[in-house]
Design a protein around this ligand. Structure first.
Ligand SMILES: *Cc1c(COP(=O)(O)O)cnc(C)c1O
Length: 356
């Protein structure tokens, strides 16, 4: 695969750490991994926590592959999508030499991970609609191009036709990393159907958002088998704890329906919240809400006033082009009603002419 040549020289030449689990074996006496022989008592003794987990638990990988309608060799399980971001940078970028591209305002971890690894971050300005500048991205010299869709915090979705053109233009040069952390809330917008046609498209997923398992730390890289193989060389030998693997497998199989119900309820809740905001005079602009959050531009600063009422929102006012913007996650109906009431009360009390 051509993308193998994109990996750092040392990764291409690397023989990955040969853990006991990767080497494997058959038998009834296991003395090869310095494990404790006794399995202590805990709520799920069948999980055998005295033993190391599989490198990539096969049931978990096939559960996600089934869910995403792809093959197991296109899936890598990580400790959250955040680890996936870090892993991509450590696998494909030579510190002090290679570059990654982001389209701000966007998720912060791409830049942080790159910087901690000594990799330059190129900020490609988005257009007036906050969409990526696909023409500029096609020409840029970089190893990784991060596009978040739905974008956190603006909610912008990727244009799949433009993604195809971009992937082609960057073939054998860069990986296009589509971060789909929130894709279950806008499932029709997924780039997953393009995976098989373009070996340099990579998709990030997580169980932290729609699956309500942020505490479990479980995410996935979906990509061409060659990409997954390169990343497998760099990832930790036992990335997924056994209880997490079991839990994740469960939600991806027998509890898929409850995820879909949750997403439907949150999407309805988001729509209702948005409709109520639309008629508030203090609201200047509502961004396209496509995830489990909505970004709102107010006519005046109101973050601290709302915070004083014990409602903790995410303030983006200091970010370029997001003056007076606040991101509100979609909670339960009561939380949304209380938040809306606090916003309304503040606007009524202070807006005056500015809001008319
Ligand atoms: C929350 C989030 C992540 C991180 O997900 P984890 O799986 O919890 O690490 C990655 N990308 C985006 C855009 C996010 O909003």
């Amino acid at each position: 695969m051509a993308t193998t040549q994109l990996a750092r020289q040392c990764v291409q030449q690397l023989t990955p750490y040969q853990s006991a689990r990767r080497i494997g074996g058959h038998g009834h006496i296991w003395l090869n991994a310095n494990e404790s022989p006794d399995n202590i008592d805990y709520p799920n003794p069948e999980q055998r926590l005295n033993r190391y987990p599989e490198f990539q638990p096969p049931e978990l990988i096939s559960a996600y592959a089934n869910y995403a309608n792809i093959t197991p060799d296109q899936v890598l399980a990580t400790r959250g999508a955040d680890e996936a971001i870090d892993l991509l940078i450590r696998t494909y970028c030579e510190p002090g030499q290679d570059r990654v591209v982001i389209n701000p305002p966007t998720y912060g971890m791409y830049a942080i991970s790159a910087q901690t690894f000594g990799v330059e971050v190129v900020e490609q300005p988005v257009d007036v609609n906050f969409d990526p500048d696909y023409a500029a991205l096609a020409k840029i010299d970089a190893k990784l191009i991060f596009i978040c869709s739905p974008n956190n915090p603006t909610g912008n979705l990727i244009d799949l036709a433009k993604l195809e053109v971009l992937a082609l233009a960057q073939q054998d040069k860069a990986l296009i990393v589509v971060d789909e952390a929130y894709i279950e809330f806008s499932a029709q917008a997924s780039a997953i159907s393009r995976l098989s046609q373009f070996d340099n498209i990579v998709i990030l997923r997580t169980l932290s958002k729609a699956f309500a398992l942020a505490g479990a730390r479980c995410g996935f890289v979906l990509g061409n088998a060659a990409v997954i193989q390169c990343l497998s060389k760099v990832i930790a030998p036992y990335p997924i704890p056994t209880p997490v693997a079991k839990l994740a497998e469960l939600v991806l199989t027998r509890q898929l329906a409850s995820m879909k119900q949750r997403v439907e309820a949150l999407n309805q809740q988001r729509l209702a919240f948005k409709q109520q905001l639309e008629v508030l005079p203090g609201v200047e602009y509502l961004f396209n809400a496509t995830g489990n959050f909505i970004l709102i531009r107010f006519k005046q600063e109101l973050f601290s006033a709302i915070a004083e009422k014990g409602i903790v929102l995410r303030n983006f006012t200091d970010k370029a082009r997001l003056e007076r913007c606040i991101r509100v996650s979609i909670g339960n109906p009561q939380e949304m009603a209380t938040t809306l009431e606090a916003i309304r009360a503040f606007c009524q009390a202070t807006c005056g002419e500015i809001c008319l």
